[in-house]
Design a protein. Structure first.
Length: 100
């Protein structure tokens, strides 16, 4: 039986309470019938974007939700940390190509 949007949000928030990270904060909000997870950097003096990802109703209602939640969270944390790079070797090659 499908869950309501509010119970889906509560389910995600309950999972997020199981995680603590020294650099990142986690939150969630309803988004349509799904839930959007929000990852923010704790150090406001460093200008870093906020990372968002969504869970769709079929994933939220799945019996293995807790396992898929952890896999998705870890995948997104990897993506978020990679996106924080301010310089990479690929940037240097692009700058050289443009003559900068």
């Amino acid at each position: 039986m499908p869950e309501s949007g509010n119970s889906r949000l509560e389910r995600v928030l309950a999972q997020l309470r199981l995680y603590e990270h020294p650099l990142l904060d986690f939150n969630a909000r309803s988004k349509g019938e799904g839930v959007e997870v929000i990852i923010t950097f704790k150090n406001p003096s460093v200008p870093v974007h906020t990372y968002y990802f969504e869970f769709h109703p079929r994933d939220l209602d799945h019996p293995q939700f807790e396992w898929s939640f952890q896999r998705q969270l870890y995948d997104c944390l990897h993506d978020y940390l990679v996106e924080m790079f301010i310089r990479t070797p690929q940037d240097r090659v692009e700058r050289q190509r443009r003559g900068l």
